[in-house]
Design a protein around this ligand. Structure first.
Ligand SMILES: Cc1ncc(COP(=O)(O)O)c(C=O)c1O
Length: 437
């Protein structure tokens, strides 16, 4: 006798709360809009420029890495094969190369043992939050607006994110202190403050040297850990790069998160963190480094970062004298040119419209435009459908209403012609909406 089969289903509401979270749902929605309008000119995608990709280069990086192991470290081909084929150390196999790169490009002194090589900066951020979130009262502080990867990782780690307003020079320091005080008074324990001092995603702006120093002073005074995410630091338009928080940090308050997605090979998915804070056991220090604790979590998440992917990035570092700034001269020139084109193009097209303004980033991928009408997903859909242009409504990056009249433009994937054409289309959207207000 055949019984009727009821298909097994799982109620989404019974799954982890992050899956019904508006922050995570809105990013999926944005991706769907982009997928539905593949012909639209996209100022939405924050991916790196693809024009310089060469297939042969990946093979070359692998060869250079193997040669480095052979001649630089005296390994046999058998040992090298084992390193690339076999499961590897949880902390990584290119920690020494990343340490040299950090010294060359960022003037950061990092011992290889304080570095964990991760599957993108995304895993690094998650590992840090996961380790820090021990109790229900634990929370993290971040600029408002902030990177969706931070918000999403915090949701997975079940950690509330308390937003701090940002100004022209990054996270507002007075507001930060006020948020810390209020949070503590209400019984919360603030485990860390996440910041992107260079060309923040989505705000585009950077902290000045002075504001970096002030933030470090607050960290010392408040005994606050800082998580510094530096995905875009190599792409400053001018030659005057500013020191990272980590390089200015004297008291060990900074966990530094890096990514080779924009500077290396995005598909390799290599990021890392420097977590050199000492772990104390029963009040006695020296037991281990925070990096060791994070590696324990990683061993249960991704086990180890794929050695072949690490080898590709390692080869790129060796090939370029351990400088990703040097390796990315062409890319930096392209992003600088694109950013300038976008800023000039906005002035030419929207400069005379009352209530329309935009910020002036000195590098990175993003420009934020403020307009006198609400920017939401309906407007995005309309812009895609009727004008063939995509952008990101800033409200998706905010926990407050502060971004309701703003949109983010990303200039990284486009050619100059596409930027000009895209801005023509964007200007039509703006003029239409202003007329309708
Ligand atoms: C602020 C920020 N951090 C990190 C990353 C890169 O993360 P991953 O290395 O996981 O690609 C991005 C990329 O979009 C980013 O915008």
């Amino acid at each position: 006798v055949e019984h009727p089969v009821t298909p097994f289903s799982i109620d989404r509401g019974s799954l982890h709360a992050s899956l019904t979270d508006t922050a995570m749902e809105s990013m999926n929605l944005l991706n769907q809009v982009a997928e539905r309008y593949p012909k639209a000119i996209s100022f939405a995608a924050g991916r790196p420029f693809e024009g310089f990709y060469e297939l042969e280069q990946v093979h070359e990086y692998l060869r250079v890495f193997c040669e480095h192991l052979r001649t630089g470290q005296g390994l046999t081909d058998r040992e090298i094969a084992r390193m690339l084929y076999q499961y590897g150390p949880t902390k990584g196999i290119i920690n020494d190369l990343i340490a040299r790169y950090l010294a060359v490009d960022e003037r950061i002194t990092a011992e290889p043992r304080s570095i964990v090589v991760t599957v993108g900066a995304q895993e690094a951020i998650y590992l840090a939050l996961r380790a820090l979130r021990a109790e229900q009262r634990d929370a993290v502080v971040a600029p408002d607006p902030t990177y969706v990867g931070l918000t999403g990782a915090a949701r997975l780690a079940e950690m509330p994110v308390l937003g701090v307003p940002v100004g022209e020079d990054g996270i507002d320091r007075d507001e930060l202190v006020a948020v810390l005080r209020r949070a503590r008074a209400s019984g919360l324990r603030i485990r860390a403050c996440y910041v992107t001092p260079d060309f923040a995603n989505p705000a585009g702006l950077s902290m000045t040297l002075e504001s970096r120093r002030q933030l470090l002073e607050i960290a010392e005074a408040e005994q606050l850990l800082l998580i510094e995410d530096n995905a875009y630091g190599a792409f400053r338009s001018s030659d005057r790069r500013l020191p990272t928080l980590k390089s200015l940090d004297r008291a060990g308050h900074v966990v530094y998160v890096g990514s080779f997605a924009k500077t290396g090979v995005p598909g390799a998915r290599i990021g890392y963190l420097v977590a050199d804070q000492e772990i104390a056991v029963d009040g006695v220090g020296g037991a281990a480094l925070l990096a060791d604790e994070l590696a324990k979590i990683k061993s249960m998440l991704t086990v180890n970062t794929p050695p072949i992917a690490q080898a590709v990035i390692g080869g790129k570092l060796v090939s370029n004298g351990f400088s990703m700034v040097a390796a990315n001269e062409r890319e930096r020139a392209a992003y600088t040119r694109n950013l300038q084109r976008a800023l000039d193009g906005l002035r030419g097209r929207l400069g005379a419209i009352p209530g329309v303004s935009w910020n002036q980033p000195d590098g990175g991928f993003f420009v934020v435009v403020t307009v006198p009408f609400p920017v939401d997903d309906r407007l995005l859909e309309h812009a895609a459908d009727h004008h063939g242009v995509l952008f990101t409504p800033m409200r998706h990056f905010h926990s407050t209403r502060a971004g309701d009249h703003q949109l983010r433009l990303s200039i990284s994937t486009l050619t100059v012609d596409q930027i000009e054409q895209g801005l023509d289309r964007l200007a039509a959207v703006v003029r239409e909406a202003v007329g309708a207000v």
